[in-house]
Design a protein around this ligand. Sequence first.
Ligand code: ADP
Ligand code: F6P
Length: 321
Amino acid sequence: MQKAIGVLTSGGDAPGMNAAVRAVTRTAISKGYRVIGIQRGYNGLLNGECVELDQRDVSDIIQRGGTILYTARCNEFKEEPYIKKAAEKCKELGIEGLVVIGGDGSFRGAADLSRIGGIRCIGIPGTIDNDIQCTEYTIGYDTAMNTCLEMIDKLRDTSQSHDRCSVVEVMGRHAGWIALNVAMASGAIACVIPEIPYDINKIAQKITNAHNSQKEHFIVVVAEGVENSQGITDSIQKLTGIETRLTVLGHVQRGGMPTLRDRVAASRLGYRAVELIDAGATNRIVGIKHNHIIDVDIQEALSMKKPFDVERYKVCDEITF
Ligand code: ADP
Ligand code: F6P
């Protein structure tokens, strides 16, 4: 039987996942592999939901958001008997290498499948959160931030008309990366993220000071990981006397056409993932460091700490008043 590479998307979807599926498929075919697309993440692997992909099946998807392979969360995959079952399934399908496009949860599954099941797994970071320790960039991050920015620019119009303060909650799970960049790029008066403790009185004072210098409308960006967007909104209104509204951007941040940056990152990472499988590597995550493609052992990658960009936070804070 012709050797095969499997590819799946897992966890939350991210714009650019399709571009990664395309790159994996085309690279694998050009290296002489069959490609098996596994649908709905690890669930699909356990249930045998697979489609064979040829080079034309991935035509016309580089520009599409979402994932043609669908995605899912699969709690069973945290248990050893299911990992073994998935490994058996891979062997039945002739899959010698599996490319997993997802976030850190998905990579834990891939590490187990490598270690317990003996399947060569390579992870590609695909999440809007940019919270994977070993890489400076994850697929979907740029598109999500640009979507937030577009939404906040619209909010600014109506905040300005009504002399209001808009508190905007953005995604990021436990990380403040999206919030930090979006706050800076939208000129927000304050940015509240889980990595840096905040003082609501200081935020209110900053708004009041700006109000006293004729600023009439305000944007405050809050990362969902702070888990207090409504409380922050209510406190700002109470402490400043300025009408304050909360907008939770929600899942709109996960959709839409991937930006150039996401398509290029996805293409480069997908290509390298297949090169690694072809070279016999396993249990690795591909990533981007100083604009070069790198690869790191999954366990090592998951135990690393991602340093937070304090300098960026300082700039964001100090140039808005
Ligand atoms: P993400 O990959 O975006 O971080 P999740 O944390 O939801 O998303 O994980 C996606 C899937 O990865 C889970 O539904 C599960 O199938 C698998 N997974 C998560 N954590 C583990 C773990 N500790 N061991 C094995 N598999 C896991
Ligand atoms: O990991 C991507 C992400 O969109 C996070 O930013 C967010 O916390 C989470 O997924 C939301 O997950 P769900 O789609 O299950 O609501």
